[in-house]
Design a protein around this ligand. Sequence first.
Ligand SMILES: Nc1ncnc2c1ncn2[C@@H]1O[C@H](COP(=O)(O)OP(=O)(O)OP(=O)(O)O)[C@@H](O)[C@H]1O
Ligand SMILES: [Mg+2]
Length: 260
Amino acid sequence: MAFEQSLLSKVFATNIGLRREAPRSAGSYERELDERRGTETRLRKMLASEEALLRQKDELIHNSEVLSMEADHRLLNGLQMIVSLLSLQSRSESNAEAAEHLSTAAKRVATLARVHRRLHALDGQESVAFKPFLQELCGEYRSILASDDRREQTIVVEGADASLPARTAVPLSLIVNELITNAAKHGGGIITVRLEEPPEGGLLLSVCNQGPPLPEGFDPAASKGLGMKIVKALVDQIGGELRTGRCKHCGGPEFSVAFA
Ligand SMILES: Nc1ncnc2c1ncn2[C@@H]1O[C@H](COP(=O)(O)OP(=O)(O)OP(=O)(O)O)[C@@H](O)[C@H]1O
Ligand SMILES: [Mg+2]
């Protein structure tokens, strides 16, 4: 009964509504049609301009990717050129000490190029899975050591899998380069590169090698060499702390960088 009543009242209301609606002229229908056509044209134009903007955005992204690849390519070519010039100059230098310095400089620039090439291969990712990255980088040093016939010296990478922002990964790779170079030059035995997550938080990257420990009171800041100065500057750049001491695993000299 209630249902029938509500149906009746609906029909009644509709009829009243129909009765209230004034009859429309053909002209008013045409005007409405014109308005709708106008709205449709405007919407189509807006859609077309949105699509054009999207195409423009895609083109800009593509152009900037090409530019960045081009810039990387030029940077790598430039670095390669510097390596060649320094090596050439080193070979033509009659003073043995100066020749050695020039060759060391060439190796440093070559490392910089290698690190950039490896990072470039990560295709602009903002963060780097650092352990595999270190493993690949150390693989290259391993082959250099093998070709130098230092078969007793090898490099192992151990520790945590951490993902680091590229702005930290680049300086850290250069630090590792200096520390591995030192371990190979001044130390002996197996070189271990270790990435740890210490209980006090942050990360700890260390390079140690088997061999006689560092002398008592060794101060890296007092070093006359360039390597430690480079390391110190890069550690400051990432807001880290450089520590030196004796490795608790192998007992040899250990250099570590604590960073957030
Ligand atoms: N792994 C190591 N084992 C033993 N001594 C080391 C080790 N690493 C560094 N040292 C000592 O620290 C010093 C400073 O190192 P640094 O890298 O600044 O200079 P360098 O290696 O002598 O020269 P450069 O780096 O300019 O070629 C070295 O001369 C060496 O005495
Ligand atoms: Mg050095």
